[in-house]
Design a protein around this ligand. Structure first.
Ligand SMILES: *Cc1c(COP(=O)(O)O)cnc(C)c1O
Length: 234
């Protein structure tokens, strides 16, 4: 087995163990393999080990990989910030976008989604801990953004995504993750059908995977635990 294959296997065990400890069904947490800065061969190795969903942060790098890997049935998630003049490439090549934080970006993605493709699956990025200079809509604006996105014909609102400030202590990790969970449940239980259908809470990375699963994450985005330390900082 390749190194990536055995790391993936270990990671799946780590996810399953966390589900077990926190009384969650195994299979209730999806794994998104974050392949940013790694080449197409790394993605092939992960795909050969059974991984299907991949996340990219940089549009150009992501599109290049998507085109090189068209022979594989992969699902591609955009998890980095999107400038409004770069939406077309995202709408044309990705299956999911986790970083919607403005109606304008959502409108452009909906308009530019090619008719032959299924609607774009989106998560709204929420700045859950109010970090300055951080992407994401403030929690109190999430409802309005969700309703505006749900009204767009070529988007499906799947849920929320958060990137809390890094913290070492499990308790400090847990606090913003629990706030994200509470916001997710609050939006889902309001009575609007388009919000009741949300099924994705995208949170948890290599360092806070267990806390995220404890708090109710349904999709963890993991890079370095699979592919190793990234060649460049970001
Ligand atoms: C890089 C990145 C990840 C993965 O981080 P690791 O620490 O390598 O697991 C997850 N989410 C986002 C938004 C990222 O940019």
């Amino acid at each position: 087995m390749t190194t990536i294959g055995s790391k993936l296997q270990q990671l799946r065990q780590r996810i399953a163990a966390a589900c077990d400890v926190h009384g969650r069904p195994s299979g209730s947490v999806r794994l998104l393999a974050v392949s940013k800065t790694f080449d197409d061969q790394a993605v092939r190795d992960a795909a050969a080990a059974g991984q299907q969903a991949f996340g990219e942060n940089y549009i150009q790098e992501g599109v290049e990989k998507i085109l090189l890997l068209r022979d594989l049935p992969l699902e591609w998630h955009m998890i980095g910030p999107i400038q409004s003049n770069k939406t077309r490439a995202v709408a044309q090549h990705f299956d999911w976008v986790h970083t919607i934080d403005r109606v304008k970006i959502a409108q452009r993605l909906s308009e530019q989604r090619p008719p032959e493709l299924p609607p774009l699956q989106v998560c709204l990025q929420v700045n859950i801990d109010g970090g300055v200079n951080k992407s994401g809509v403030p929690p109190e604006e999430a409802l309005a953004l969700a309703l505006a996105c749900a009204a767009l014909p070529r988007l499906v609102v799947r849920g929320l995504m958060v990137i809390p400030e890094p913290a070492d202590e499990p308790e400090a990790q847990l606090r913003p993750l629990l706030q994200a969970r509470a916001l997710f449940e609050q939006l889902r239980s309001r009575g609007e059908a388009c919000l009741a259908r949300m099924d994705t809470l995208s949170m948890g990375m290599t360092a806070d995977l267990e806390a995220a699963i404890q708090a109710g994450s349904t999709l963890v985005r993991v890079g370095s635990a699979i592919f190793g330390v990234r060649p460049r900082a970001d």
